[in-house]
Write a protein that binds this ligand. Structure first.
Ligand code: NAP
Length: 264
């Protein structure tokens, strides 16, 4: 196989939250397909989880530059700050002269209910988990249109059900419908917009999970294992490829069967 045969050879892909977890897996997988990656994260070093990715130390860009046919650059970005996002998009164009794919992935999950979560926590969660997705799309779209590229949002099974706390469920429901609306807006431009909705994926974000939550998640997952960042990354690489050329506005579960049934 030559580099020309790689599915995303020389395309430019932004992955928000690409230093850890799902974003890291997505960034590395695109680079394996020959893409040039912008890691847009608030931190450069990967987060070390208590359950998963416990000994992760090498920044994603270093892994990509040392061991894949693609290349990568870290750009410090806070997706909740629209100016930081606009500046990251400018740096992307300065670095690689084009932008083909955005993977909106950076997210946080705040544990609690309507009485324990503060107004500040509600606002912070919505700013990252929903506003950040819009800011990145807004500033990326003029460049993506030039390449007839793709936008991939990382939602959640919580976009279709309660659970995960008020701001998380509200934001993820918003991401599901933001995906559909942007797909309507950009269909004429041949820009495809899709959303991957993961179930339980083994990342540092799962440090918030209690032993009870853990057992419930096992019961809700039909397959006999949890998902990995690579399970999500494989679908992202597919959705951004020509093989997925007739898929847009779709919300695709990558959840081991989580949404296929009800616990009760
Ligand atoms: P993760 O392991 O915590 O990684 C998220 C990354 O995003 C971290 O590097 C984090 O940095 C970064 N980040 C946080 N706030 C940011 C900001 N304002 N600007 C830029 N980067 C920021 O989480 P994950 O599990 O990979 O989750 C990734 C996405 O998948 C999220 O949208 C999440 O809701 C979704 N998801 C995850 C699961 C799952 O089971 N893991 C399931 C469904 C959906 P810090 O470490 O400094 O916060």
């Amino acid at each position: 196989m030559t580099t020309q045969d790689l599915r995303h050879h020389n395309r430019t892909v932004i992955v928000t939250g690409g230093s850890s977890g799902i974003g890291r897996g997505v960034a590395i997988r695109f680079a394996e397909e020959g893409a040039n990656i912008i890691i847009a994260d608030i931190r450069e070093s990967p987060k070390q989880g208590n359950r998963y990715e416990t000994d992760m130390t090498t920044p994603t860009a270093d892994v990509i530059n040392n061991s894949t046919p693609g290349s990568a650059k870290f750009v410090e970005t806070d997706v909740s700050d629209s100016e930081s996002v606009a500046s990251m998009i400018e740096t992307t164009i300065e670095s690689y002269s084009r932008l083909d794919v955005v993977v909106n992935n950076a997210g946080i999950q705040i544990v609690g209910d309507s009485q324990t979560i503060t107004i500040e926590q509600w606002q912070r969660s919505l700013e990252i988990d929903l506003n950040g997705y819009f800011y990145t799309a807004k500033y990326a779209i003029p460049h993506i249109v030039e390449q007839n590229g793709q936008i991939i949002n990382i939602g959640s099974v919580r976009g279709f059900e309660g659970g995960g706390g008020p701001p998380y469920a509200a934001a993820k429901g918003g991401v599901v419908n933001l995906t559909r609306d942007l797909a309507m807006e950009l269909g004429d431009e041949s820009v495809r917009v899709n959303c991957i909705n993961p179930g339980y994926i083994e990342t540092p974000l799962q440090d918030i999970v209690t032993e009870d939550d853990f057992e419930e998640s096992q019961a809700q997952t039909l397959l006999s294992r949890f998902g990995t960042p690579r399970d999500v990354a494989n679908v992202a690489v597919f959705l951004a490829s020509e093989e997925a050329g007739f898929i847009t506005g779709a919300n695709i579960p990558v959840d081991g069967g989580w949404l296929a049934h009800s616990r009760v």
